[in-house]
Design a protein around this ligand. Structure first.
Ligand code: NAD
Length: 298
């Protein structure tokens, strides 16, 4: 297939490389020209605007952009995708944005004859590079079936979550829980160590007990608990605190729209906001443990 790909950042670039590896022809666009050249060096063609990508006679267009404002401008802007795309071309937005905006853009796209899915991902930059992402897809059955073979070149698990926007709903719910569970893991680990436990032994106990979760088992926030976690390498790599802060904000905003309390989510959001204010926004979000221990603050 000939695929347009817009947004070649930490996630988008490796995803686009995997599409090339799978034999698809690519036309790419990013406002960052260095990001574009990494793809053109690998055989992709470059376009000068979103509209120009759509003008390349592509079969499908994928976007992987920072936030809703970027997605809106790339799809709905003056030289945006929808102004130029041929009827019938499939659109897939893989960015993490709020369900409301995802539904709004998909509605406009489908009214002009372009099926659109929201397909946010989990798996991080490692999963993007390895082609093992999970895609949470919102859209029609037909849209899901058409996009699935292409998404399979970038991911291992492609799940149809329901109608338009539901991919973002799944993503927002999962990441809110992740943000809460990491803060909980940080709190429990710090308590146990402060009361005299060895971090590794405590982690082992929790990971074979009922407190076990991804945040204790795979990404334990306490230094010394797990050699493979970001905590063992100064909280570098992994999932950035500011990205978690963005996702917690999306969850709280989405909860407001349906008037549902997200009490723990709101508390956790404030923790990541404080951590970011203290200058740790670029570190892995498990650095939230720093808020619990004087020894590690700073
Ligand atoms: P990033 O900031 O590394 O990349 C975004 C890219 O979009 C950049 O190359 C930027 O130049 C480009 N861009 C910005 N505005 C543009 C525009 N108007 N037109 C074209 N290109 C534009 O972000 P990322 O880490 O790749 O994340 C992308 C999305 O994936 C976000 O929504 C993020 O929340 C989500 N996500 C990220 C991770 C992660 O671990 N990084 C994991 C899951 C989901």
């Amino acid at each position: 297939m000939k695929i347009g790909f817009l947004g070649l950042g930490n996630m988008g670039a490796p995803m686009a490389h995997n599409l090339l590896k799978a034999g698809h022809a690519l036309v790419v666009f990013d406002i960052n020209l260095t990001a574009v050249s990494s793809l053109t060096d690998a055989g992709a063609a470059a376009a000068e605007s979103p509209a120009a990508v759509a003008g390349h006679d592509v079969d499908m267009i994928i976007t992987m952009l920072p936030a809703a404002a970027h997605v809106k401008s790339v799809y709905l802007g003056e030289s945006g995708l929808l102004a130029a795309v041929r009827k019938g071309v499939m659109l897939a937005d893989c960015s993490t944005i709020d369900p409301h905006t995802a539904r709004e853009i998909a509605d406009i796209a489908s009214k002009q004859g372009n099926p659109m899915i929201d397909a946010p991902v989990s798996g991080g930059t490692g999963g993007a590079a390895a082609g093992t992402l999970t895609f949470m897809v919102g859209g029609t059955d037909a849209g899901f079936s058409a996009a699935k073979p292409v998404l399979e070149a970038m991911g291992r698990k492609i799940v149809h979550c329901g109608p338009s926007g539901n991919g973002q709903v799944a993503k927002v719910a999962n990441n809110m829980l992740l943000g809460i569970s990491m803060a909980g893991a940080a709190e429990a680990m710090t308590l146990g160590v402060s009361l005299g436990m060895d971090a590794k032994i405590l982690a082992d106990i929790i990971n074979t007990s009922t407190g076990r979760c991804w945040s204790t088992e795979v990404c334990n926030p306490y230094p010394g608990a797990l050699e493979t976690a970001p905590a063992a390498r100064g909280y570098t790599g992994g999932f950035g605190c500011d990205l978690m802060l963005k996702d917690m904000g999306l969850a709280i905003e989405a909860a407001r729209s349906v008037k549902r309390p997200v009490i723990l989510g709101a508390v956790a959001q404030q923790l990541y906001q404080t951590l970011s204010l203290q200058g740790h926004g670029g570190e892995d979000f498990s650095a939230v443990v720093k808020l619990y221990s004087e020894r590690q603050t700073g």
